[in-house]
Design a protein around this ligand. Sequence first.
Ligand code: FUL
Length: 497
Amino acid sequence: MKKTTLLLILCLLDVTLLAQMANPPAPYGPVPTPAQVEWQKMEMNMFCHFGPNTFTGLEWGEGTEPEDIFNPTALDCNQWVAVAKKAGFQGIILTAENHDGFCLWPNPMSTHTVRASAWRKGKGDVLKELSKACKKGGLKFGIYISPWDRNAPTYGTPEYNKVFLGTLRSAHKHYGPIFEQWFDGANGEGPNGKRQVYDWEKYNAQTLKLQPNAVIFSDVGPGCRWVGNEEGTCGRTCWSRLDVEGREPGNNAPSQDTLNAGNYNGVCWIPAETDVSIRPGWFWRDSEHPKSVQELLKIYYNSVGRNSLLLLNVPPDTRGLIPAEDSLRLMEFRAALDSIFEHDLAKKAIKLCVSNFRGIGLYKSYRECYNNSALSSFSPIKYDASWLIENDYNTYWATDDTVTTAWVRLEFKKPQTFNRVMLQEYIPLGQRVEKFHIEVEDENGNWRTIASETTIGYKRIVLTETVTTKKVRIVIDQSRACIVLNRVGLFMDTIMN
Ligand code: FUL
């Protein structure tokens, strides 16, 4: 055998070997816990605001409403679950207790509960019904409890912390597993109102002791953070990192802008959750109606599409059912999402090329492109571009440790028309990308930039003009460590333009 042939064979063998031997990228900065990763993957959950306000039309109940006010005529949590599942939600969070202090379960720490109401002769328990229905339907169950309690006689005294811990214990002991505990930061007592020094440390510690997989929501986490507004808009730049040293939910929380964008150098992994209502109010009111599909799509792009989780409130009515018009709207919303995201044009690429992939070092020129065709003799190599069009979240394209600027090019046999570009980072290893742009090639072979953005995170959906092209290039201009991307998708939205 000629020396050159032997060398060539060795080279070919080596290149695969080198890539296979390459170590995975080291984590960068703060990283999510496994529970936070699972939480983020849920993408869309349903919020249910339900309680005395459903019957009085108030947004903030006073805490003095007679218990008998709460009297749903046909409560059926299986219906909530059926609607949620068909709409594509992965979990439901219920307002077990809003600011009026009324508890939807027979909380032994309070007299202001379903036990004292006429509903089902005081034997009803919404938490029990919904947690059971979720289990049966395969949805996750979460609980909202407001620390600001306008009914509790002890509110404003140190004694209240004990009462609140008892309330949490009662909910967490009997209705788990709970995937998220939602702590509201609101307090409308006004300048002369009662002041409560909350023992957040104890609330969080006890919650995690009883529900170790619960992601705790508040203005400052520790599991996930408020996005800073109730309009359904996460920042175009959105870091899942936040600085919380010396901060607390409520008045001492970071500014709403900070919550919206996160902190570039934030020490903790606390991703944003976007809570917004399908209707103008949080609670059901006869006079109000659900948002349009266009509005819901916009919310979806501004939340899920910007590295946030969407918690969409769909309030049950006085019967204890999700009204037909809301459920119908959700089905239309689902159909719209399916029509857009079912057809990923990126999967049609015949070639996926990258400027670098991890582990091939000197052999860089050996294989820049992955041929995505059944006849191809190429099989995927660890960290090469082929993983970008795979659905498995645990496989990804990664660059060498020193490479923080790189591109990926998708080539098609026939021109493709799209206006949505989806990118995902592999967040178990941290959030890295801070600047990227998207280019398309025109008929004359010239590249044109169609979008320039900043962060990606778990999921980023970039809205572009509608383009038709045979070549697309995603250029990562700046990454804080080597690039770890696990998905590129191209979609056409004909509904929201
Ligand atoms: C706010 C509360 O005041 C509302 O009642 C609602 O629960 C919303 C989700 O959060 O802070």
